[in-house]
Structure formats: C-alpha cells, structure tokens
Write a protein that binds this ligand. Structure first.
Ligand code: NAP
Length: 254
C-alpha cells in the first residue's frame, strides 16, 4: 500500500544541527516514521532526544563542532555506526548565516559560513556514502538548500554561495552515487520562523516585505518541513535523485 512506502522502520538516520529548530523537526519526523536517530550538534540535544525516546525509537547524541568537517566527519559516522549499527539516511541540516554588506564582508564570516554550510556537508556525505556502500543496501542523503540556492539575496554573500553550491553538489552526488542505490536530494525551505531568521522577523520593514511576498501569507514553521524529509528519506522517493525540493509557501512561484 502506498503509505507503507513512507515507513522508515529499521533505518538509522543522522541529522546535523538537530538540537533545535528545523533540525529538531527533521529528527522527530524521521523517528515518527520509524527510524532510529543520531543527533549531531554543538548545543545540548536533550530536548530532541527526549522527543525521540518518547516515540520508542533509539537515539544517540554526538556532540561535534561542524566547522571543521574534514576532521569531524569520519569520527561522527564511526560513532553512529558504533552506537546504532549503521547509517541509512543523512540529513545535512546544520547551517549558519552572517549578515554583512558585500564590500565589508569579512574573510572570517565568508570562511565560517562556507565551512559549516558547504564543506562539512561534503565531508559528512563522503563518510556516510562510504559507509552506505560498504553496507550494500543503498541510502538517502538529504542536503538543506535555501531560497538562496535560486536567488542572490542581500547582505549574505557566503550564505548565498554556500546554498548555491549545495544545490550543485546535490546533483553531482546523485550522478555518482545512484549506481550504489544512494539517492541524494535537497530541501529548500522558504522563510521559516527559527533563531536563524529572528533578526529579520524583528525588523518590521523586512518582516512586512517578506510576508507580502509569500503567497501563503505567513512564515513557515519547522513542522511544515517534516513531511518533505520523510518523503526524501523513504522508498516513496526512490526514483527522485539530484532534485532540490522547495517548501516555501509559493515564494519561488511569485
Ligand atoms: P538554527 O535555528 O540556527 O539551528 C541550526 C542548528 O545547527 C543549531 O542547533 C546550531 O547550533 C547548529 N550548528 C550551527 N553551527 C554548528 C557547528 N559549527 N557545529 C555543530 N552544529 C552547528 O537554524 P535553522 O533555521 O533551524 O536552519 C537549519 C538549516 O535550514 C540551515 O542549513 C539553514 O541554512 C537552513 N534554512 C533555514 C531557513 C529558515 O528560514 N530558517 C531557510 C532556508 C534554509 P548553534 O546554536 O550553536 O548555532
């Protein structure tokens, strides 16, 4: 039956940046669909872990700084395999944003954002894909893109470059990993009410300008993204590969 294709029983998912916000919603959604979940974050993950345990799923929390993925990624994947027995799903959600005009944008802001948003997903995906290939049962990798994978934005050159890059990397990974039964897709959230967007929501002029442009007429919530991650993590999307799926209240259609 069609709804059975969305089940994740027996799967192990890794979700970065899952201590709060959208990452917490992704982790809970995957657990609700049946997966055991490894949380990865620098902040405490107790709240997310408790929600997953309440669903009767196994959970492990890996505390890691994702600003240096080259060093961190192999150790994170090894720890997940040790604690939960394998890796079937990776969600590269952790991300940061730095707002500063282009002509003044510091090297630190540029480098920090590119590291967390683009380089670390590359290294984590590489480590996870190696594990998935060794397991021989395929897998699903889900990158987190943005409206700025399609548009330039203002004040956020590193963020725009990293999110444009993640959309391209998603297509490359789909091309190279499909032969191993691994699907790579991305979710491009619209404007979602989290800490990440608090400064623009607290700016009345920016807030109103954004709201006026969203056909749905409201900011999105982390809950609006839960079904998309389950779809892309499950057999229901087995013939989707290299796609960036916008969940944006119609923003891109405008
Ligand atoms: P958020 O509320 O800031 O949460 C991001 C999580 O990632 C936080 O727990 C954060 O921890 C963690 N993180 C950041 N840097 C890290 C690092 N170096 N090592 C380990 N963990 C780190 O952000 P969000 O709004 O949920 O966004 C999640 C993802 O969706 C990001 O990739 C973002 O770009 C993307 N996105 C968001 C929106 C939106 O409207 N909110 C729209 C499009 C795309 P700290 O508290 O320590 O930073």
């Amino acid at each position: 039956m069609i709804l059975d294709l969305f089940k994740l029983d027996g799967k192990v998912a890794v979700v970065t940046g899952s201590g709060r916000g959208i990452g917490q919603a992704y982790a809970v959604a995957l657990a609700e669909a049946g997966a055991d979940v490894a949380l990865v974050d620098v902040i405490p993950m107790d709240e997310t872990a408790a929600k997953i345990e309440a669903l009767g799923r196994k959970v492990c929390a890996v505390t890691a700084d994702l600003s240096n993925g080259e060093t961190a990624a192999p150790a994170i994947i090894a720890e997940v395999v040790k604690q939960l027995g394998g890796v079937d799903i990776l969600v590269n959600n952790a991300g940061i944003i730095r707002r500063e005009p282009f002509t003044e944008h510091s090297a630190k802001n540029w480098n920090d954002v590119l590291s967390v948003n683009l380089s670390t997903p590359f290294f984590l995906s590489q480590a996870a894909a190696r594990q998935m290939i060794a397991q021989g049962r395929g897998g699903k990798i889900i990158n987190i893109a943005s409206m700025l994978s399609f548009q330039g934005g203002i004040l956020v050159p590193g963020y725009a470059a990293s999110k444009g890059g993640i959309k391209s990397l998603t297509m490359l990974m789909a091309n190279e990993l499909a032969a191993h039964g691994i699907c790579t897709n991305a979710i491009a959230p619209g404007y979602i009410a989290t800490e990440n967007t608090r400064p623009i929501r607290e700016n009345p002029a920016r807030n109103e300008a954004i709201l006026n442009r969203i056909p749905a007429g409201r900011w999105g919530t982390p809950e609006d993204l839960m079904s998309a991650v389950v779809f892309l993590a499950s057999p229901a999307s087995d013939y989707m590969n290299g796609h960036t799926l916008a969940v944006d209240g119609g923003w891109l259609a405008r």
